[in-house]
Design a protein around this ligand. Structure first.
Ligand code: GLV
Ligand code: MN
Ligand code: MN
Length: 409
């Protein structure tokens, strides 16, 4: 039976609030990567890591590590990300880093240094909220899944990823040195970002697999014209066409189990009240748990977009590289079950509809993702909240799992 000391969830929450003050927006949280605000979070975390007994270092892309000690060739890695979406909550990402830190601090205090190397990691640009074509940048670099093309993708101000790195003091020519080939396994704690745990009254979610994600860019061109003089039946209104496509998304997604399709980014040109819209560009985010479903849903969406050509519109579509669905390690899943039982916590198996750094690790090493509940399932919004008791339970679960992986034989 493992003895894991109590962990103060309120202290974790206070630190989450401290980190959430570092934002590029005045009254709302947005922490894109390679900004002074992100550097400030790294500086703050480095100090906390050192106090917790974790030796800090930053890699070539800006991921921050905290080394807990231990001998041997293979490292147990635990962590999450520190960048946020626009108008974010304080928990997505940072909760995993701070619960990991609290877990390691408790284990170091109770049991001394680990038997094998253990490191905590705070990764960047998971959300792609600054560089949408380079989401999961930190975990991609660590697992050797970046491409040189990504360095030339641009943010909304036209700044390339390479230039943003340079401005933040990192050398884009060195990204390959961030690659780790010595990992034994990867663990991540995250808020669920959905309502299931809260709804069922279950304390922890053991994630069996993480969704695959596709993005389809659709550009529809109609005919811009005067809004007052062009009769309704003689228009080629690109927004009407785009809206028709958006209205089909629920029925197309429903064809596949646990699939979703969302048009969350929509641009209308020329964007004047008195002009019939001539062009719309939308990004459709679509997700499914199985690769074959993701592929098939992508085809259906593409077909539905091109069907608008039959009504006289010009349609062009482009798929971004898919982020593949990731089954997680069943052995680590069983270990998590045992730890939850030992600690007296209720747990259920589930799949993740959100993307996570964990899915990039899962292709290479045994990987596990643990969910704690978040209030009303809200996330990617300022209302995001996880209770101190849930943060504490999550951190103790990480501690129990890490203890079994790195402290005992
Ligand atoms: C990341 O949070 C995603 O699921 O898009
Ligand atoms: Mn997120
Ligand atoms: Mn996240």
């Amino acid at each position: 039976m493992i003895s894991i000391p109590p962990i103060d969830g309120q202290a974790i929450q206070r630190r989450l609030m401290e980190l959430s003050r570092h934002s590029v927006l005045k009254d709302r949280l947005w922490r894109p990567s390679y900004t002074p605000q992100e550097a400030e979070v790294r500086r703050q975390l480095s100090g906390w890591f050192a106090q917790a007994g974790l030796q800090p270092r930053t890699d070539a892309v800006g991921n921050l590590y905290g080394h807990a000690g231990g001998a041997g060739a293979k490292t147990v890695l635990v962590g999450s990300h520190i960048d946020t979406v626009k108008d974010a909550g304080a928990y997505d990402g940072c909760a995993g880093v701070l619960c990991g830190m609290a877990a390691l601090q408790a284990l170091l205090a109770q049991y001394g240094p680990p038997r094998v190397p253990v490191e905590l990691i705070a990764m960047l640009e998971e959300e792609g909220s600054r560089f949408s074509d380079a989401s999961f940048w930190g975990s991609r670099a660590l697992t050797g899944q970046t491409s040189r093309d990504m360095l030339s993708c641009r943010d909304e101000d036209g700044i390339s990823l390479a230039r943003a790195m340079e401005e933040a003091g990192f050398d884009p020519a060195k990204i390959d040195t961030a690659r780790r080939e010595d990992l034994a396994c990867y663990l991540e704690l995250h808020i669920e970002q959905g309502p299931i745990l809260e709804h069922r009254g279950v304390q922890l979610g053991i994630v069996d697999s993480i969704t695959g994600i596709g993005i389809l860019r659709v550009e529809i061109t109609g005919r811009a014209n005067h809004a007052g003089t062009t009769p309704m039946d003689l228009r080629l209104d690109a927004l009407q066409a785009g809206a028709k496509l958006v209205l089909q998304l629920p029925e197309l997604a429903r064809v596949f189990p646990n699939a979703t399709a969302t048009a969350g980014s929509f641009q209308v040109l020329p964007g004047s009240a008195n002009v019939v819209p001539g062009q719309v560009t939308m990004l459709i985010d679509f997700r499914a748990a199985r690769q074959e479903d993701l592929d098939a849903l992508g085809l259906l969406l593409d077909q539905a977009a091109h069907e608008l050509e039959g009504e006289g519109f010009a349609v062009s579509t482009h798929f971004r590289d898919f982020i593949l669905p990731a089954p997680l390690d069943p052995g680590l899943g069983r270990l998590q079950e045992e730890c939850a039982r030992d600690l007296g916590y209720s747990a259920m198996h589930m799949i993740s509809g959100a993307g996570h750094d964990c899915q990039f690790f899962a292709r290479q090493v045994p990987s596990a993702l643990l969910f704690i509940p978040c209030q009303e399932g809200r996330s990617h919004c300022p209302q995001e909240y996880a209770a101190p008791e849930d943060l504490s339970r999550g951190a103790r679960m990480l501690a129990a799992t890490l203890y079994r992986l790195a402290w005992v034989d």
